[in-house]
Ligand binder design. Structure first.
Ligand code: SAH
Ligand code: SF4
Ligand code: F3S
Length: 465
């Protein structure tokens, strides 16, 4: 059984609340904060936890980073460009600091958790007041107090793998919420840095998850997005071995209007999960199933533990069980050793599956991962040409696949006014696709019914019913 001592004790969380209240009383603390978030939903949700803690310390959000007393960069390092963007923006703040000497700057998130990165920040970005890793997030109040009371920078990066419960959260949306069900990842796909910066896989106790969901439901939430790097393996190591399918069914019975989740690893996509989706009343008919490559040879080198055939079989089973299901994926091109033939296999797979959307990436070597050491890295020009071809193919197919929605009824959760007009709203439909229709400000946060009438780029247009 997995170590349960990763759960942060109640006393420790209370100690952190003590620091938050101590900071609230400090005369020299910042009044306002601004968080810049990079990366995935995990980071977005971590930023909501940071905001929750900052508000408990008495701070309020600033309208822009230039006007803020305290700027936090919550960084991502999944690809080189994510990292460069974060470092570039941090450097830019150095200029702002020249006119605002009291501006406080913190850097946290996955990039800080990379070996040697904290030291690099200390040396090259000396104006940063505070840097801490993903495993130290729950200790942010303590570290913040330390930074406020010191002229020196505070830098803390632990290897711990905590599961903190009971931290304050300030959610960005009132209608839709992230709910973490597991942290970390054990899969070690050979290209991926996540297991190194987010630690080993650990699942939250089902009781805590259900309690959080119940509180969200009481607060009037319309949609919950369950988060984990590989939600399909939820429960591994917990007493009684709870499964993701079981958790999903429990949440479905609770009556939350819409439930979504990400991300699923194809190797752990069980029949039970597919059945739970088919039987559920509130689990949305959409699935994000990253394939990464259509070539068995590359999948093996990627350490993905499934074949193209197995993947296609899972897709078929999903579509049989949940007809019309919205399918999306992630694909990497230019993985070391990827031949023209391997790439053609990927294009073929995309043609065969017909995804509703695909996130496509050029392979980016990450220090410390296995694939970074592979000798046959691909020429960047070849990768660029491949990704363009892939994107063009996906776009042309997408136009066709989206036609299946024409004339159908949809329910959308309204996210905001559309960019084009004040009398138009947009939101996500049941299948995970953006839909725009007529509406106003007061519709935001509501679920509305409409009928799909057309396609525009990657969105659907609709008439209200
Ligand atoms: N746990 C999820 C998401 C991981 S990160 C999963 O397994 O799908 C999101 C996507 O980034 C991955 O699916 C992969 O397509 C891409 N990615 C990860 N590492 C990468 C790298 N080194 N280079 C390019 N793309 C990468
Ligand atoms: Fe990275 Fe693979 Fe884990 Fe996803 S499953 S986070 S791609 S190691
Ligand atoms: Fe990036 Fe960390 Fe997410 S590396 S993609 S923010 S888990």
């Amino acid at each position: 059984m997995k170590k349960q001592e990763t759960i942060v004790s109640r006393e420790e969380i209370e100690r952190q609340y003590g620091f938050m209240h101590e900071i609230r009383m400090l005369p020299h603390r910042p009044e306002t904060y601004y968080i810049v978030t990079y990366g995935c939903q995990m980071n977005a949700h971590d930023s909501e936890k940071l905001a929750g803690m900052l508000e408990e310390m008495g701070m309020t959000p600033a309208p822009s980073r230039e006007e803020s007393d305290f700027v936090i960069f919550n960084t991502c390092c999944i690809r080189d460009n994510a990292e460069r963007r974060a470092l570039g923006n941090i450097t830019w703040l150095k200029e702002v600091r020249k006119t605002r000497p009291n501006l406080m700057i913190a850097v946290c998130g996955c990039m800080i958790q990379e070996p040697g990165m904290a030291e690099k920040i200390m040396k090259q970005y000396r104006f940063v007041n505070l840097a801490f890793g993903t495993s130290n997030l729950y200790r942010f109040p303590e570290l913040m107090l330390q930074a406020l009371n010191s002229m020196e920078s505070t830098v803390v990066v632990d290897d711990g793998e905590p599961v903190p419960e009971g931290l304050p959260v300030r959610r960005l949306r009132h209608d839709a919420a992230y709910l973490t069900i597991m942290y970390g990842c054990d899969n070690f796909c050979s290209y991926c840095i996540v297991p190194y910066v987010r630690g080993r896989e650990r699942s939250r106790d089902p009781g805590s998850i259900l309690k959080e969901a119940e509180d969200l439901l009481k607060s009037g939430i319309q949609e919950i997005m369950l988060l984990g790097q590989n939600v399909n393996s939820y429960g591994k190591g917990l007493p009684g071995n709870p499964s993701f399918a079981g958790l999903l069914s429990d949440l479905d019975r609770m009556g939350i209007p819409r439930i979504r989740f990400m991300t699923s690893h194809p190797k752990d996509l069980s029949d039970d999960l597919i059945d739970a989706m088919a039987c559920g009343k509130h689990i949305l008919p959409q699935f994000h199933l990253p394939v990464q490559s259509g070539s068995d040879r590359i999948l093996k080198l990627m350490n993905r533990h499934y074949t193209r055939e197995k993947y296609l079989e899972r897709v078929k089973r999903l579509r049989d069980a949940v007809p019309g299901i919205g399918l999306s994926t992630d694909i990497i091109v230019g993985f070391p050793g990827e031949t023209e033939e391997d790439f053609r296999d990927t294009l073929d797979l995309v043609r065969e599956v017909r995804y509703d959307s695909a996130f496509t990436f050029i392979y980016s070597p990450r220090t410390g991962t296995k694939a970074a050491g592979f000798s046959d890295q691909i020429d960047p020009d070849v990768s660029s040409r491949r990704i363009e071809e892939l994107i063009a193919l996906q776009e042309s197919l997408q136009k066709e696949t989206m036609k299946r929605f024409l004339g159908q009824e949809e329910e959308i959760l309204v996210e905001g006014l559309s960019r084009r007009s004040e009398h138009e709203i947009s939101g996500k439909g049941l299948h995970g696709i953006s839909v725009t229709t007529g509406g106003y400000n007061e519709d935001i946060g509501r679920i509305i019914r409409c009928r799909i009438t057309g396609l525009k780029n990657n969105t659907l247009t609709a008439e209200r019913i």
